[in-house]
Design a protein around this ligand. Structure first.
Ligand code: FES
Length: 82
């Protein structure tokens, strides 16, 4: 199981973390990855200054924004589900 956490703390929320969650959810559904990817909302991860805080299997991913959420998913999450 790949564990993806997206911060929904106030700073990340303002940057659009809910849109990132929505995008991730859609991608997971579209590709039938519900039993391979666990998507979780997390509280402030202490990285408020660097984009929306996302971790994949506890590895922090940098520079996540709602505009590149699909690319981030394809680059960091998808390979781990194979
Ligand atoms: S609010 Fe997201 S890391 Fe602080």
């Amino acid at each position: 199981m790949v564990e993806v956490k997206v911060c929904v703390g106030s700073s990340c929320h303002l940057k659009g973390s809910y849109q990132v969650i929505t995008t991730f959810k859609e991608l997971i559904k579209k590709q039938n990855l519900e039993d391979k990817v666990a998507l979780k909302a997390a509280f402030c991860m202490g990285r408020c200054a660097s984009g929306i805080a996302v971790t994949v299997n506890d590895e922090p991913i940098e520079n996540v924004g709602f505009s590149n959420a699909t690319e981030i998913f394809n680059q960091y999450v998808l390979p781990l589900t194979k």
